[in-house]
Design a protein around this ligand. Structure first.
Ligand SMILES: NC(=O)c1ccc[n+]([C@@H]2O[C@H](COP(=O)([O-])OP(=O)(O)OC[C@H]3O[C@@H](n4cnc5c(N)ncnc54)[C@H](O)[C@@H]3O)[C@@H](O)[C@H]2O)c1
Ligand SMILES: O=C(O)[C@H](O)COP(=O)(O)O
Length: 542
């Protein structure tokens, strides 16, 4: 049973879906922070939030249960994604559900600001029929600047064009040609846009590049009387500069839906003339809330029932079909990592992965993450999975490289992993046989076809008669049953070096291992523990 925690109010339709989902139960606990939030997060497998709660690194510290957080909305800046990633928690969002509502709210603010609707109404309800003070401007023939031409920015542009405005836009990830197709004149920098626009609206995330996009220096460049709108994130406009610009008259109006600090009950800008503010209402429509709640709930239901990862903001997304097609290989990659971690007891400083044949057409980034998860799984106290494995590897200074080769070799698909460390290097390759049966096909210089599950005894020896019989006798005497066996030679000529891999039904006693080791033709003996056949790593189950 997956337990889902609802941290902010979401639409009833989403809660109804959760209530009807088999294998899922939920609880609503809103307004949490500090210790209370931390304690709650540790009791649930998944969580849904909006922008109200702040999921800090401290609130996730030591959390070994939470596996996925879905944001019913776009911005995930209230979630410490580095902390979540490190703990292996997938963070997903619902990028489209509130696009139209937010674009409409931007337009609402632009229109209302131009006609001073809120101020006029305030005066009216104060008993004053004033037809002189509130002379407005029309949008038609004015120039609108849009910074950030993603989903919302483009919808705002469409509406502005319908209102006969000229639209200038800046977005580093939208080409001039694409902008032109949308009827937008793309400029090269925000600075270039500032002296030309009568209205400016921003639709970017808050990043180091977008913080203080309009601050005191920009006040100098802005066209006098410009109106500024922010329905994205507080801090993109410097709030002190806005107040200053309004006081000097350089800025003709400001409309804000978002603030540096939220909730924001008091602000020097509140009540100033030509100002209109709303308390982060961009996405607050019945339609948007219903859609984001349903989408967020569906993300978690899919995640916990099929393993699907969609709209992830801290890892690559994977749909159920792709996941089903790759599941066996993810398990294989993980097993290869678990194997090599045990072959390299002195530790690992670098890994190189090679994908060959048809495997190169799969999501090799995920396979690499699965290998890393296997490599670190037994070494770390914390849970390792494909979300956090690469980060944890990098944090330890372990170099990771990968290549894809289209040539097949002896198998239609294979994966080779080399690990290097202070105690030397080791290489192993594996493939899937039949219906997702993982097989070791190379260990060091030896070619073989060994099972990649359960308790393995790997021993290198001289390729001479009687070795297998001798080892079999030792284990027989110690009542250890051999389930499977594979031998491989370094080359094709008999009499050189060879390797034997036995699958044992249980871990042999040390006395048995010592006896094998003492055989004059056996050079090395190693016990490797792998997950039993068919047992997927925990993050692949479900
Ligand atoms: N007020 C609200 O209630 C509300 C509702 C929804 C979204 N939002 C916020 O609106 C913002 C935009 O949302 P969206 O759905 O359009 O996102 P999006 O990802 O579709 O678009 C963001 C765009 O910003 C561009 N961008 C990034 N850095 C930039 C930079 N330095 N300069 C110029 N452009 C840059 C990106 O290339 C992208 O095209 C987000 O911050 C989101 O959180 C607010
Ligand atoms: O990023 C978003 O989706 C908006 O800021 C909406 O936030 P909300 O879900 O808290 O209304």
């Amino acid at each position: 049973m997956a337990r889902i925690l609802i941290l902010d109010p979401i639409a009833q339709e989403g809660l109804d879906m959760l209530a009807a989902a088999p294998g899922i139960e939920y609880e609503v606990r809103t307004g949490l922070k500090g210790e209370e939030l931390k304690k709650s997060l540790a009791e649930f497998d998944g969580a849904i939030c909006r922008s109200g709660v702040t999921i800090t690194a401290e609130s996730l510290e030591g959390n070994r249960r939470m596996r996925a957080i879905a944001r019913a909305g776009v911005g995930t800046d209230n979630i410490d994604k580095n902390a979540a990633t490190r703990l292996g928690i997938v963070v997903m969002n619902t990028p489209t559900g509130n696009t139209l509502s937010t674009a409409e709210h931007t337009f609402t603010l632009m229109l209302a600001l131009s006609r001073r609707v809120a101020e006029a109404y305030h005066k009216l309800i104060g008993g004053k029929w004033d037809r002189k003070t509130f002379m407005g401007t029309q949008l038609a023939d004015k120039t609108l600047g849009i910074v950030g031409l993603g989903r919302i920015g483009q919808e705002v542009a469409k509406r502005a064009i319908a209102f006969q405005m000229k639209v200038l836009g800046f977005d580093p990830f939208l080409s001039t040609e694409q902008a032109a197709k949308l009827g937008i004149e793309r400029v090269e920098t925000v600075q270039e846009m500032l002296p030309r626009v009568d209205y400016l609206t921003v639709h970017t995330p808050l990043t180091p590049e977008t913080t203080n996009l309009v601050g005191f220096p920009e006040l100098e460049v802005l066209k006098p009387g410009v109106r500024l709108i922010n329905c994205a994130r507080g801090g993109i406009y410097n709030e002190d500069a806005l107040v200053e610009g309004l006081k000097t008259g350089k800025i003709g109006g400001v409309a804000l839906d978002v603030f540096v600090t939220e909730p924001c009950d008091k602000h020097p800008i509140y009540g100033m003339p030509n100002v209109l503010c709303t308390p982060h209402l961009g996405a607050s429509t019945e339609e948007a809330q219903q859609q984001v709640a349903i989408e967020a709930v569906q993300l978690l239901i899919n995640f916990f029932t099929t393993g699907e990862v969609r709209h992830a903001v801290n890892m690559a997304s994977v749909d159920p079909k792709t996941l089903a097609s790759i599941k066996g290989y993810l398990d294989l990659a993980y097993r290869l990592g678990v194997l090599l971690a045990q072959c390299q007891p002195g530790g690992t400083s670098a890994c190189h992965l090679t994908y060959r044949g048809e495997l190169t057409q799969k999501n090799t980034k995920m396979l690499t993450a699965a290998f890393c998860a296997g490599l670190l799984d037994r070494a770390l106290e914390e849970d390792v999975n494909i979300v956090n494995a690469e980060i944890l590897l990098k944090e330890r200074g372990i170099q990771l490289t990968q290549e894809s080769r289209s040539d097949m070799g002896a198998f239609s698909s294979s994966m080779t992993a080399e690990v290097h460390g202070s105690s030397g290097s080791q290489v192993a390759a594996a493939t899937l046989f039949g219906n997702n049966m993982p097989r070791l096909i190379r260990l060091g210089d030896y070619r073989l076809e060994a099972y990649l599950d359960g308790n393995l005894l790997i021993f290198t020896h001289h390729d001479v008669p009687g070795i297998i019989g001798a080892v079999g006798t030792i284990f027989g005497n110690h009542k250890v049953n051999i389930g499977q066996m594979s031998v491989g030679r370094a080359g094709i000529i008999p009499g050189g070096g060879a390797v034997g891999v036995l699958n044992l039904d249980n871990v042999p006693p040390q006395a048995a291992i010592d006896e094998v080791q003492q055989h004059p033709d056996i050079q090395s003996v190693k016990i490797i523990e792998l997950p039993p056949a068919g047992q997927l790593p925990p993050w692949l189950q479900g």
